[in-house]
Design a protein around this ligand. Structure first.
Ligand SMILES: *Cc1c(COP(=O)(O)O)cnc(C)c1O
Length: 294
């Protein structure tokens, strides 16, 4: 197989040559934004939604994207084409660019740097989808919206990385993150849903949650399937006592949470509602109207 090519600031270069200068603010300070995007069957899933979120994140951190959204959309599709992606994963990143060692990015001085990596997706096995994930509750609270709003998919992910390290230290796959009030927000890279007496709930985004594209799709699909689906706050108690709980994200899709802090959730394996939603979600990813043609 030929080497992966990466879009970097106007050119498509081999992965091994795609390098960022050490003075980049993205590296020095985590100053930038990203998107994780999935391609299914030769189409980029919900690309417009990803582009809108990317644009919103840029605004939120006062970053002027170096190209128009139409041009960036074309770059995502072209990156897939050049890497023969039919089913795959795309990482789109824009950093502040290089502007000395100081914190303050002087207007007109730093030139934002855009890059796009299209490659393969690391998939969970069918077995993992049935077994579900082990999750622990992190001692780290999710960033407050008044500090760095978790709605921004920023390069500043230390909050999430530290919680993920904590989870793996305890032999778990993911960490549940609460906000300062002890209310459930999400996991380190996935949104959370619970099912109780047939009613599905997920935290509202203003609690300190990233508004996942998968989350949005699951809300829509669950309602179409006739489930009562609420965006409502809940606590650790509600997850622990749920009939089912599951996580959603671009890479994971929909995966059961079957153990929390060493205690089984529901039956201890992926529940019926979770598996039905996963099947419905996979059908949804196959619909031409949900993807931009590569
Ligand atoms: C990306 C991400 C998610 C999931 O969002 P998707 O758009 O569904 O991939 C959830 N939480 C965090 C913190 C994330 O970064």
């Amino acid at each position: 197989m030929s080497e992966q090519v990466v879009y970097l600031e106007g050119a498509y270069v081999p992965l091994s040559e795609a390098k960022i200068p050490v003075m980049d603010h993205g590296l020095l300070y985590g100053d930038g934004i990203f998107e994780g995007i999935r391609a299914y069957g030769g189409r980029v899933f919900r690309l417009d939604d990803h582009m809108k979120r990317f644009q919103a994140a840029a605004r939120a951190i006062n970053l002027e994207l170096p190209l128009s959204i139409e041009e960036i959309t074309s770059i995502v599709l072209e990156s897939c084409r050049r890497n023969d992606i039919v089913d795959g994963y795309v990482r789109l990143v824009c950093t502040r660019g290089a502007d000395g060692l100081g914190l303050y990015p002087k207007p007109g001085s730093a030139k934002p740097r855009l890059f796009c990596i299209a490659g393969q997706v690391a998939l969970y096995s069918d077995e993992a989808y049935k077994r579900g994930l082990k999750v622990i509750t992190s001692h780290l609270r999710r960033n407050k919206a008044t500090i760095v709003d978790p709605q921004i998919k920023s390069l500043n992910y230390l909050n999430n990385i530290l919680a993920s390290i904590e989870a793996h230290r305890y032999g778990a796959d993911e960490a549940l993150m609460l906000n300062e009030e002890g209310v459930v927000t999400e996991c380190t890279g996935d949104n959370i849903f619970i099912v109780k007496n047939g009613v599905i709930s997920t935290p509202p985004v203003w609690l300190g949650t990233l508004d996942g594209i998968t989350r949005q799709a699951v809300i829509r699909i669950a309602r179409e399937m006739g489930y009562e689906m609420n965006e409502t706050p809940f606590t650790h108690f509600n997850v622990l006592n749920a009939d089912e709980a599951f996580l959603t994200g671009t890479a994971a899709e929909i995966i059961a949470l079957t153990e929390l802090d060493g205690q089984k959730i529901g039956s201890g394996v992926a529940g019926e509602v979770t598996m039905k939603l996963l099947a419905a979600f996979r059908d949804y990813t196959k619909k031409p109207e949900n993807g931009a043609k590569i």
